[in-house]
Design a protein around this ligand. Sequence first.
Ligand SMILES: [Mg+2]
Length: 473
Amino acid sequence: MRTAPTILHLDMDAFFASAEQASKPSLRGKAVVVGGLGPRGVVATASYEARVFGVRSAMPMAQARRLAPNAAYLVPRFAFYRSISEQVMDLLRALSPLVEPLSLDEAFVDLEAGGAAWDADSARLAGARLRADIRAVTGLTGSVGLAASKMLAKIASERAKPDGLVLIEPGTERALLAPMPVRTLPGVGPATGDHLRRAGIHTVDELAEAGEDELVRLLGKAHGHALYAMALAHDERPVVAEREAKSVSVEDTYDVDIHDRTRVGTEVRWLADRCVRRLRAAGLSGRTIVLKVRRYDFSTLTRSETLRGPTDDPAVVREAAARLLGSVDTTGGVRLLGVGVSGLADYTQEDLFAQAAGAEAESPVEEPVRGPAAGRPAPAERRWPAGHDVRHAEYGHGWVQGSGLGRVTVRFETPDSPPGRVRTFPTDDPDLEPADPLPLVHRTPAGPEGTALPGQGDGAVGRVSSEAVAEGG
Ligand SMILES: [Mg+2]
């Protein structure tokens, strides 16, 4: 292990929710919950104000609504988050060629490899600069952990949250870890945690005390060894810049061509399940579902579908594969079928819920309904997901606060404006159309969106950004 705390872990603070608050002035300082709004939806991210009520990532949305009935509930806007993520990752790549993204808002950086730091002082300086640059360029805050290993850097950033920086001095790792719950260590999920608790092991110190043999006996060879090493704060994993572009796939060749369409569908479902088992065993999730079909005449077709976010949900993969099968003619018979998942990512919570969240767009009306067209039925093709941007011919840029019963409620405000007013329209109002998100930070003097008021904080921060970027890169 290296002797200087030059591995940096960055984690943006309540990323999706913070991005929404930055883009919607009326939500700043308020409880905001981003996630799937349908009956089976789960929380992707809760703002810190919502966490006060006990709302957490991965919680069923219904439970979140009970805990925080007055929070704003929004559908995720992944294209928007991705554009901010790219700005952040660019800042990281300016520090080092070794940047390992873990999700849209999280990454490891090897500062030493980039010459950006070589000891504790230079690492702390690089981390502080990075935080300032991220703030200037994106308008959002991120927390930074610095340590001599990936495991400790991640623990450090967790302790730094929100909007902080924590550096763990090499040599102090074991003492720091000792009193922490075993769940702090990577790879200790709820099941392993329960297993260890039944064996009387609650803290990292107790894990180390138990000894390697006992852990291997309890958890199996690979997991036991790995956990013992981590309990001693040994973590030699390098920061890996490029993830191997790989996919997980399974396929079957049939002795006799399959003609029966129902049977083909059953085989594809079964392959999808096997594929997901392999995916999960590797601790991965992926965005692109691939179906391969070799027909009776040896012509081979592949069809693929890219989801909004990585998944390892068997139902999602099954459904995508079934949709893809729907576009393939199999009447002559099928010799081979395959299902694969590519565009792989490490299992991360926020990504996992992308699918569930993206699938559901409607949300209940949250505002009293007014307007001339009350009662008119909504045409099915015009949907107004809560939180998404819109533009009105007369009132300008805003976002959907709620929709339903043929009406849509819009709050008219922009990242630079003061909190805006709410108006309600019929969902088929020809003056209302979907719009792209506005940048959170203005880099040039106000454009056509020139509603920015002088003295608004974000605008002022934004003007510093070009210098900060030039200096960093
Ligand atoms: Mg985060």
